[in-house]
Design a protein around this ligand. Sequence first.
Ligand code: NAD
Length: 480
Amino acid sequence: MSAVLTAPPAASFRDSVDRMFTEAAQLMDLPPGLEEKIRVCNSTYVVRFGVRLRGEIHTFTGYRAVHSEHQEPVKGGIRYALNVDQDEVEALAALMSYKCALVELPFGGSKGGLTIDPRAWDEDELEKITRRFTYELSRRRLISPAQNVPAPDMGTGEREMAWMADAYKRLHPEDIDARACVTGKPISFGGIAGRIEATGRGVQYALREVFRTPSVLTRAGLSGTLDGKRIVVQGLGNVGFHAAQFLSTEDGARIVAVAERDGAVMNPAGLNILELQAHMKSTGGVRDFPGATFEPDSAKALELDCDILIPAALEGAIHRGNAEGIRAPLIVEAANGPITAEADAILRARGVVIVPDLYANAGGVTVSYFEWVKNLGHISFGRMERRQEEARHRILVEELERLSADEGLGWTLSEGFKQKYLRGADELELVRSGLDDTMRGALQNMVAVLETNAKVPDLRTAGYMVAISRIAASYRALGL
Ligand code: NAD
């Protein structure tokens, strides 16, 4: 009998997250049983519900996984996509627990999704489906300001969050905090300035902090600043667009390629991201973007020679089949789980530095936290202090000008300086400041673990260790 040699099946997304978790946990001194308690997903609710659309009943399948309730509410996005399944939402819920712990947000981890192609339904139909899904979640307290707070993810945005918040409010009219039941809402409906850009903005702040941290930069064999660095981005959706736009217009980086569903566009001099987004909106894809070379095999762009690769589309984009071909020395995981555990091992052996998802894309949930706090406080950030801050600055400016005139010193403060200095910070500036602080602090916490323990191989393991130790501390406080 001859043996048939086949490669072992590729690890599922949840297996990948579990493997990364276990690798980190083994380097820690956790009490017996606690490692397993933290790793497993506490519960997953699967619901099948019917909605009458186009004259017939259509049945939809939805999920809400709750990974860890060491802190409540639990937090995590709702995804609308055809490939949503239990394995995926459980992996994403686990990542949310670790992410929230790493960036010190008082949340456990959760994630949900609906197996649906959102482009196959019109707006009225999607609203009906979303309101019905909210009703199903609400019946089981899987949406609630105190227990479980969803947010947007792939295929959902402000519009869906507004429908969910409104549906919840109708079911719980007595709940004065009802708007805090979801985050990522439109500003006119209880949202917060800077939430839409938050994940991409967080990717930018993460990269800036990497470039301020010589030990990480040197590992990647890079030096200098972001100015002129060649970046390849996969996925020009919410996260990819904002990251690419900010890095190119504010940090001088060159986005040399964008990989999308229909192919990739490339330009070594750098692509204009705003124009590319407008082109995608009008044509449905990146093909025929003026001034760029088009490659129909989108995945090939991942293997281009560049300084930084930002996968910002979907999980498993970098796998054991293409990991050897990746040429970027630095990868920033803007998407959740874009590198499988097998690819992670290959890239690590090759010395590629990976800024892991649980850190790199934490900007979204961080600003969601600010939104939740704003909703519970029923007041926007800066409202009480802004004018008072302006008044105090004005006293200083006037005193300096008086001194200059009285003493004949001839100082003049430019109008530009006065305008910038006098103005009190508005909500958007405060949100960006809080996000920047969060991203800087979290990277330094990971770097401290990486640099003080020779057994810690990379930033991902360090990030998991920081997160696991915080979750373990919460459970210990509960006597577990
Ligand atoms: P999105 O739906 O807005 O964008 C995804 C983009 O990827 C789209 O432009 C789509 O056309 C493109 N895409 C899909 N398949 C592709 C393929 N095979 N090759 C190239 N491009 C492809 O989603 P998003 O909100 O930007 O989320 C992207 C990733 O970031 C997901 O992994 C999500 O979980 C993660 N994330 C999002 C947020 C958030 O705030 N939106 C927060 C944290 C993490």
